[in-house]
Design a protein around this ligand. Structure first.
Ligand code: FES
Length: 248
């Protein structure tokens, strides 16, 4: 099917070409893709310099906030290329396609850290959801599961939901009703990384409703936490971002 592009004014300051299915903001495109376009933001290091894909240590859990100032995301350079064009399904039964990792090795992925079960997320005080390296053990991967003692999964320790980052954070086990929402990344020729949107059903609305006291303490209030990230997103390791990483 031929897709014509349209021009759209973004935030009154710029114009970008978008496919017809993108015009509504939150999208249910003809091909089943569930995608929300946000501001294009460059990932930077802690000093504000452009973060280069080649600079990422493999299997380190990095964190940046996107698309809102108070919504944390995880960035991981996996040890191997991801799968491509993985078919995923949201809690509401909407199917969408996760295209795969970016970078030369197609191994760099990013996901919203908000667990769709009961909204556990990476935060500045204590964090129960994180990436588990190759060979890592978790109670979430029992003996009957292929991930048992293999690691290379994202685990939410609150109720032991396990997600496969090689497959767009597809649920491998536990009570999570759908994959983590994926942050759509672009990798440019100069090796820089950019976040451009969110794929899958996100939980931002529920998150902002549920964590008012935390948002006040960590971001100065809900209004500040709900500001869209503009231009740059500082990226640090999880160990730098949070005081305590708790794993089960
Ligand atoms: S909140 Fe993550 S598994 Fe329950």
């Amino acid at each position: 099917m031929q897709r014509r592009d349209f021009l759209k004014v973004v935030g009154g300051v710029g114009v970008v070409a978008v496919a017809p299915s993108l015009i509504e903001g939150r999208l249910y495109a003809e091909d089943g893709t569930l995608y929300t376009s946000y501001k294009k933001v460059q990932l930077t290091d802690a000093e504000g310099k452009p973060l280069l894909a080649s600079q990422l240590d493999k299997e380190v859990n990095y964190v940046f906030n996107y698309p809102y100032a108070g919504t944390s995301c995880m960035l991981i350079a996996l040890p191997h290329p991801t799968e491509k064009n993985v078919k995923l399904t949201s809690e509401d039964g909407v199917q969408y396609i996760w295209k795969g990792g970016v970078g030369k090795e197609r191994n760099i992925v990013a996901f919203s850290s908000i667990c769709p079960h009961q909204l556990t997320h990476i935060n500045k005080s204590d964090t129960f959801i994180s990436y588990l390296k190759t060979g890592g053990k978790t109670m979430g991967c029992t003996k009957s599961m292929p991930c048992h003692d293999k690691g290379e999964v994202i685990v939410c320790g609150s109720h032991l939901s396990v997600y496969d980052p090689k497959k767009g954070a597809k649920v491998l086990g536990g009570p999570a009703p759908q994959p983590l929402a994926s942050i759509v990344l672009e990798h440019h020729n100069d090796d820089t990384l950019w976040a451009v949107g969110v794929l899958g059903a996100d939980k931002f609305h529920e998150f902002f409703r549920a964590f008012k006291p935390e948002l006040k303490e960590q971001y100065g209030g809900k209004r500040k936490a709900k500001k869209l990230v503009k231009d740059k997103a500082q990226t640090v390791t999880l160990a730098e971002f949070t005081k305590d990483i708790i794993r089960y």
